[in-house]
Design a protein around this ligand. Sequence first.
Ligand SMILES: *Cc1c(COP(=O)(O)O)cnc(C)c1O
Length: 456
Amino acid sequence: MKTIIEPFKIKSVEQIRFTTEEERKKIIEDAGFNPFLIHAEDVLIDLLTDSGTSAMSSDQWAGIMRGDESYAGAKSFYTFENAVRKITGDKFIIPTHQGRAAEKIIFSILGGPGKHFASNTFFDTTRANVEFSGSEAHDFLCEIGKHPEQRAPFKGDMDIEALDAFIKKYGKENIPLVVLTVTNNSGGGQPVSMKNIREVKEVCKKYGIPLFLDACRFAENAYFIKLREEGYSKKSVLEIVQEMFSYADGSTMSAKKDALVNIGGWLSLNDDELAMKCRNLLIVTEGFTTYGGLAGRDLEAIAQGLEEVVDEHYLQYRIRSTEYLGEKLINAGVPIIEPPGGHAIYIDAKRFLPHIKPEEYPGQSIVCELYVEGGIRAVEIGSVMFGKYDNNGKLIPSIMELVRLAIPRRVYTQSHVDYVAEVVIEVFKNRDKLKGYKIIYEAPMLRHFTAKFKPV
Ligand SMILES: *Cc1c(COP(=O)(O)O)cnc(C)c1O
């Protein structure tokens, strides 16, 4: 087969700034060894997140100019509503300024003390919104998903039996919602199979509990279904997407992911009374129902992005470029979650740095070294992000210690990716020299964003 090429030409470029290793050593120290606190200008290749970092197309920029900025009933809202409805099939489409705003609305209304929510894996903001409402968030990832070294086609699936047992334990009246995260971001960007979505829906239906999709990477998930699940290879991605959403009663979405824009989101649902409550809260916290914290131009860009993201040339390039980086690392012996996920490569820090215990945050150590070695910014997804303390102040580590290299959409070329592989492999060769870190400052919630560290 011939090389899979970037399915676009580059029309506008942004200069990147080079720094020396000496400069980077000082920069990371000044940032408390937390890459979230580095100025983006000091980063050569930014793989911190794929969120809001996409390059927009010329058609999306044209949409920006077309944006109708009327306060109520803007034309751009209806363009957006139609585009989202084409995908979700849902009755009520509520724009929000990003994914977590949609989460805040739905969990404020459905949550509260004594309530329990279940997911394959709650993403960090989603979990935070559940917990902020006073409720508890429970993850039921399938067994294979917990083994980074084992390959399976759908490692994002939910454990159906565990879900059923959970509902019996807490009582359906205390479980307002089940959420399937597609693809499973925190679980390695691994897809959820159509079979699993269908089975989760059946369990939910049996108990009368609604099912929502945390739909951030719905197109990537659909493409994996097309590639890997029997019976889907001849279906279009749009058809697969529509089937995925057909089992859900609603969705929360960060348009900063698979809508190929820099800001935006939505909450979609079918229940009339719930939609009314959500819209009321939207008006108090986000804005009127036809813009929800966004400008008309943003709504246009999202609508156009949703057309482009289900294009199969785009998805082939997208999934292949992530896999390409994964293959290079695997061939050099770097331990990663296998098979590679859709939007990111996840380095398994436990196997990468077996000499650093979870209490000394091996993932953070790799993240700092990638920056110093090559100006690459990645993020720890392990005990810094998910660690909790027991009553004695002892760390309860996360199940996995990962470092995520998230790939922004349509931003970097193959040679950028080659460079990233070279840097990771260099750090891997010198892994014995890496040291652990301790936290010297942390916030009570979502501590990874602002924590400061010191090498031990
Ligand atoms: C990014 C993300 C969110 C939150 O969306 P924001 O737009 O960042 O608020 C929720 N769930 C998943 C799976 C995500 O990847």
